[in-house]
Design a protein around this ligand. Structure first.
Ligand code: HEC
Ligand code: HEC
Length: 295
């Protein structure tokens, strides 16, 4: 018993020492590989849909064929020719939060397609943005030239209210605000809110679900994937998550299991969310509970 208590105390001490000593690269690794799930698009996957670790962020994970854009997620490893190795930190940060490529290198000065969700990433706290950039610089360079994108219509980005309002470091200490921050940078509601005539109804139908994801538009998921429709994740007692326990909601997010035990499929990044720490999962659940009920 005594030994166990001591072992537990050492674990707690090690955990808090780790938090205190977290470097920007470590914080970036955590964000990129959990809530941001950059690899959900940028990392190629095996036949079962698991990310190929040796090709982390090497591009071509998902490719899109949409009315406004055809192209693949870019190689964002530090390879100088096929990746972003020749970009400065500021240039990488600008691509992530403003969607603009630098005036040199591949496709100079072009604007990134809407599927690169910079209208959500702009909410990243400055320290978190710097951490993400530091982490991207630290991963192995992989040589992989992705095909040139085709821009079929000018890029039109929608605004997401919480990203426009912005967040502060202090918000991270309040569970609901922390959850709102994570749900923003994780662009949960981009998928879980219906779109009508090209406009996503963040104001009137936040979290109501009903957005369809079709294999004809997105390539890179396991063969046989039939597509899916986003469910209602509002606090509605029957149509949404209102009747679920916290544990059931946490399990859906981090393990991809619905309330009735059904395995959930793409495009949600369960593989990545599996690595979220308990505090962040609890914050997401706390925030979901505040999303107004919609039927
Ligand atoms: C929903 C899919 C998706 C997610 C998630 C995503 N990206 Fe992208 N990203 C893309 C696509 C597609 C492009 C290429 C767009 C184009 O060619 O216009 C891109 C382009 C980029 C570029 C520009 C590189 C270049 O030369 O084209 C950077 C940098 C980047 N993403 C970083 C990130 C980071 C960091 C994350 C996580 C915070 C992330 N992306 C998450 C789809 C995604
Ligand atoms: C890329 C789109 C996408 C993103 C981003 C996304 N989801 Fe999902 N989510 C889905 C889809 C689609 C399903 C249902 C999949 C299925 O039915 O196989 C789902 C399922 C769920 C479920 C299970 C609900 C049920 O009724 O089974 C919860 C809870 C959930 N998402 C919450 C979140 C949260 C929280 C985030 C952000 C951290 C998030 N989602 C990000 C598309 C997305």
């Amino acid at each position: 018993m005594r030994v166990r208590t001591l072992a537990a105390a050492i674990l707690v001490a090690a955990a808090s020492a780790h938090v205190a000593a977290e470097t920007p690269v470590e914080r970036g690794r955590y964000l990129v590989n959990t809530i941001l799930a950059c690899g959900n698009c940028h990392t190629p996957k095996d036949a079962e849909g698991r990310p190929l670790e040796a090709r982390e962020l090497a591009g071509g994970g998902l490719s899109f064929d949409l009315p406004f854009f055809a192209g693949a997620a870019s190689n964002i490893t530090p390879d100088r020719e096929t990746g972003i190795g020749s970009w400065t930190d500021e240039e990488i940060a600008r691509a992530i939060t403003q969607g603009l490529r630098p005036g040199h290198g591949r496709l100079p000065g072009t604007e990134l397609a809407v599927v690169m969700w910079v209208n959500f990433y702009k909410a990243l706290l400055p320290s978190d943005l710097a951490a993400v950039v530091a982490y991207l610089r630290s991963i192995p360079a992989v040589r992989n030239a992705v095909p040139q994108p085709v821009y079929r219509k000018p890029v039109r980005r929608e605004t997401y209210p919480d990203a426009e309002r912005g967040f502060t470091e202090a918000d991270l200490r309040d569970p609901v605000r922390r959850g709102a921050y994570l749900a923003t940078i994780g662009h949960c509601m981009e998928c879980h809110t219906p779109t009508v005539q090209g406009r996503t109804l963040y104001g009137e139908a936040l979290g109501k679900g009903g957005k369809a994801f079709l294999p004809s538009f997105v390539k890179g998921y396991p063969a046989g994937w039939q597509g899916s429709t986003s469910p209602n994740v509002t606090s509605h007692a029957t149509a949404g998550l209102g009747g679920w326990t916290d544990t059931e909601i946490a399990r859906a997010i981090t393990r991809g299991v619905s309330r009735d035990g059904r395995a959930l499929g793409p495009p949600m990044g369960y593989h990545w969310y599996a690595g979220l720490n308990a505090e962040d999962v609890a914050a997401l659940v706390a925030w979901l509970r505040t999303v107004p009920a919609r039927d």
